[in-house]
Ligand binder design. Sequence first.
Ligand code: FES
Ligand code: FE2
Length: 375
Amino acid sequence: MRRRDISKPRGERGLFTAAPGRSFTLPSRYYVDPEISTLEQRRIFHSGWCYVGHVSDLQSSGTYLVESVAGQCVVLVRGDDGLIRCFYNVCQHRGHELLTGCGAVARAIVCPYHGWTYALDGALKHARFTDGMSDFDVADYSLRELRVSVCAGLLFVNLDVGATEFDVEFDGLESTFLGHLPDLSDFTAVHRYKFDIAANWKVVIDNFSEGYHIPVAHRKLSQVLDVEAANEAVIGGRFTCFKSRSLGGFEGFEIEPGEPYLSWTVWPNLCILSQPGSDNLIVFRITPNGPERCTERVDIYAPTAAAPDKLEALRSLFADNFNKEDISIVESVQRGLRSDGYDQGRYVAADTDAWYSESGVHRFHKQVLEALNAN
Ligand code: FES
Ligand SMILES: [Fe+2]
């Protein structure tokens, strides 16, 4: 009989390799080390496309939304021409923030400090008492603009002017949304949540990236999702989309068996679900907050005319059941990653197409390592 070696100190067991069924998992230090967390900010989040909301948040000209993207405060504004633009939320005079929260401005953005006034397209229109100044041209002081992309109504922003175009980076993603929810651009947010979680952001994405845990850890969800049914998968370079089927549900959430149940992961920090029983999209954005904490923002989108009882059943399944269970799971894993009794495990992925395969976790880790190691 092979005896366990109890003298071995904590340490890495082996290498992360290309074949998920043979590879060891990411070492624990990737989930606790402040230096790795700082590097992730620079190499992953600063150049990534960040989900910030939905076109319905900006319905008419002058509506705006302030958001934080990779630590930078930005504002999205719908212009007179109907276009949604994004700017750093900072006045070009002496740096006061321009807007807060969300809402609408009448015709222009007026800085609350000295009243410099910007058009909705970011151009500086008026700066008080500057007419007589030499070498001063309002044209030189427009707001600094960032790229925005709209994908089936979902809004994404990128801080990096050199980043790959959204439609190239996520080629094929939009059709997976519209194939299932053709009217997604007309949906509105019916619920929004924010959870402060005591876990590294990657633990949350890891957990979303596999169905292996569902029959064990999610009893109610297991009555809704036929987890062992064959998945139809679309695996893009930077996203995955899995289409599964529903079971009959449970009391209060009765559904037709066989309805589609979709889930997506979108690099780097977005997870999305569309549950059976009604038209809906649940979008999870996981933002790191130091190495061992993160914020999970959850937006539930539905058609404006959605039946209230169906929405309540959906909200309850999400908020009262599986999301609570998942938060408890990831916080336990984070404590475990700190333990002297663990450093690396294995991906259960001998058959990478099986419903229980953790090959999606491996794929995510491979992309994290590639981003961290890039020049
Ligand atoms: S800082 Fe905005 S007008 Fe002075
Ligand atoms: Fe889960």
